[in-house]
Design a protein around this ligand. Structure first.
Ligand SMILES: Cc1cc2nc3c(=O)[nH]c(=O)nc-3n(C[C@H](O)[C@H](O)[C@H](O)COP(=O)(O)OP(=O)(O)OC[C@H]3O[C@@H](n4cnc5c(N)ncnc54)[C@H](O)[C@@H]3O)c2cc1C
Length: 317
């Protein structure tokens, strides 16, 4: 019996959501008294990170691009069968959203998506999941012989737990893909939005792209990523990869600061699992205040520069 962890590897290494999945897998394998095995999509992966996160067994495959969700799911399912997997852990990022369901079908497994924490029990396997765009938590019990758990980012803190060495084997099955990558465009921001712990976000209240320095100044002072509401991206004030919400990126940072955003339900759907939400809006009736932990009723053109100055001063002391 084993716990498998799908570990996506890229030129940037293992991202935070993958390292969280590693920690999740190690903790679950301890509760189940089973082995934990990482599946890595690149034979030239960084063994140190895997080793430091407590995983000593790895199966690698190559030649199947992550964008080919069908073939990726096929490889994971076959490894799950070979390794008699009790649980397959998949980060619930854009890759995971495309493959988790397919892995469940191919393994005949039960699936829980948006998993928000460690299992509440292992026999039967019961996990907490976010439902209704993060407004509530449900408990999902999976009684199939194999469970697929798609873990939301920021659901568990990564933990280093070094092991002595890593045993690596190559997956020997079919690794053909119908997809050929012709070009890759990578966002090169210092702090990728889906992984950011701190996010400063702006909406239509900013009035235009010429005022965005108010958002970036605060973000730079805090070491935060920047985000925006959908109309801001639709108006080309900001790139679409910064748009958060139901039709954009879903984030769960520790701190989300929203300036000049009304708090429409479609926006909240992507951000309301943030640990702390700070809303700056001049309209005391703005719906976002109902979801806020802290609210500032005021003109963002006055509040943001003062907040940025205060953060800079605090950091320099
Ligand atoms: C199917 C569908 C999907 C959608 N998906 C998304 C999505 O994924 N993400 C998303 O964001 N939206 C989405 N929307 C759009 C959503 O419904 C809202 O229209 C949008 O979120 C509003 O953006 P906003 O808050 O920036 O603008 P507005 O609603 O115009 O709000 C601007 C806010 O700024 C405040 N303000 C103005 N001036 C100042 C000032 N000087 N100081 C302080 N505050 C000020 C105002 O009081 C107001 O509350 C979707 C809509 C649909 C129909």
């Amino acid at each position: 019996m084993s716990v498998l962890v799908f570990c996506e590897y890229s030129d940037d290494g293992f991202k935070k959501f993958t390292r969280e999945a590693m920690t999740y897998g190690v903790k679950l394998s301890e509760s189940l008294s089973s082995e934990v095995i990482a599946i890595v999509n690149d034979p030239d992966f960084d063994q140190n990170t895997i080793q430091h996160h407590g995983i000593s067994q790895v199966v690698t495959y190559s030649d199947v691009p992550l964008g080919d969700s069908q073939s990726t799911a096929q490889v994971i399912s076959e490894i799950a069968t070979q390794k008699n997997a009790k649980v397959v852990i998949i980060p619930f990022n854009s890759t995971g959203k495309n493959i988790a369901g397919q892995v469940a079908v191919q393994c005949g497994g039960g699936i829980a998506t948006s998993v928000s924490g460690l299992p509440l029990s292992v026999d039967p396997l019961t996990v907490p999941v976010n439902v209704f765009a993060g407004k509530a938590t449900a408990e999902v019990t999976i009684e199939n012989s194999c469970a697929i758990l798609a873990i939301q980012s920021n659901s568990i803190a990564t933990e280093e737990k070094p092991v002595d060495g890593v045993h690596v084997e190559s997956y020997g099955g079919d690794q053909s893909s119908a997809i050929k990558i012709i070009e890759r465009k990578t966002v090169t921001d210092d702090i990728p939005l889906p992984e950011a712990e701190l996010v400063v976000s702006g909406g239509r209240g900013l009035k235009g792209p010429e005022n965005w320095n108010l958002v970036t100044d605060l973000a730079n002072a805090l070491g935060a990523a920047t985000a925006c509401s959908r109309p801001v991206a639709d108006s080309d004030w900001r790139p679409h990869y910064e748009h958060v919400g139901q039709t954009g990126v879903t984030i769960r940072p520790n701190l989300y600061i929203a300036a000049g955003i009304s708090g429409a339900i479609q926006h909240l759907g992507g951000v309301n699992n943030s640990k702390t939400i700070v809303v700056i809006n001049k309209d005391p009736e703005a719906p976002f205040f109902k979801a806020a932990d802290y609210g500032v009723i005021g003109d963002l053109f006055e509040v943001l520069p003062r907040l940025t100055d205060a953060v800079r001063k605090f950091k320099s002391e």
